[in-house]
Design a protein around this ligand. Sequence first.
Ligand code: ZN
Ligand code: ZN
Length: 207
Amino acid sequence: MIVNSERTIALTCPACQGIQQHTFSLFSISQKPLQLMCDCGFSQGHLRRLNKHFELDVLSIEGDRARILLPRHQFFGMPLIHLLSPVSGLSLGYLGDPPSVAGVVLAGPADSFLEADDFANPEVMRDVLKALEDLATHDKIRCDCDHSSIGIDVYFDQVELVCAYCGSVVRIGASTRQHQERIARVDEIVMEPCTSLFLGEWLKPLT
Ligand SMILES: [Zn+2]
Ligand SMILES: [Zn+2]
């Protein structure tokens, strides 16, 4: 089971019409509102903790204010939530663990979702994330240390699996056809405690 210490919110910005992704640590949200700033400088709204809920207060693409209260377990536990405006019922964006949100943003029908320069090869990235998600679903990603707790970080051309307990990192290339084929052959990923390896080297003993 992949445990993410981070969440991502992807919101359509009413000012520049772009999709802005905000990634934050679960521990950084308090009762003090966390401002969600778009790269264009527009403040999309805020996020804060409110007793047993999380309050998301944002502006929709139509410029209407939308306030959503999410119970704790949903906010922490759901891999992906489609955020709908309680007023208009229209999509505001997505909230969830970073790879799931990145995946839906890549796969999204709106072409504004797909920023060509976000990833070296969006198609390969989507396949690699999907493969990792499948492995995680079947408990096939773990660290050999005492308290395996694997998070995932997504970059321009690679993905990093990080053990939050021992700091072990595995980098997985996600930009070429070879990367795509390599990950498709992997049945299980067992991370060595506190080391940093490329998946290519790591696979050698198995081939
Ligand atoms: Zn903007
Ligand atoms: Zn570990």
